[in-house]
Ligand binder design. Sequence first.
Ligand SMILES: [Zn+2]
Length: 177
Amino acid sequence: MSILKVSRLGHPVLRLESKRVSKELLASSAVQKLIDDMMETMVEYIGVGLAAPQVHESLQIAVIESHSARGAIPMTVLVNPTVTVLDKELIEDWEGCLSIPDFRGRVPRVRKLRVDALDRKGNKIQITAEGFFARVIQHEFDHLMGKVYLDRMPDLKTLCHLAEFQRFWLPQEDEDE
Ligand SMILES: [Zn+2]
């Protein structure tokens, strides 16, 4: 496995709508290795989610895992995800992003959703998620659609450098998505 280079804000790949992955492509050794490498890259950089455009691949693949106090999430691979909102109540909380290093901002996200996707073997999966898990799914789904969390911020005044965020806003653990 390899740790991949993470694309940063300004790289055009982050603004593309990613391509759906055919079952044949998903089964290929290249894409299976990509998924392994995305997992390793996410863990290396202490992320809770990573989408393929963040490693310069414009494909609808995301990996998610969290051991955070904000919510534990088992290692999850989402291929070609679609999101159905189950509770459109918006909850605002802090987010960060490996592609926008050392910043945090407040982002409203819907409280509860269902995601329909394929797992890495091409099996259909359906996950109902709420709270932090739902937030991470929305963040990663946005990446696949060419969006970043800054696009979702209603007020850029909450955008903080990490050091100032930790000093003035939230002196506890946090991580990037
Ligand atoms: Zn991100």
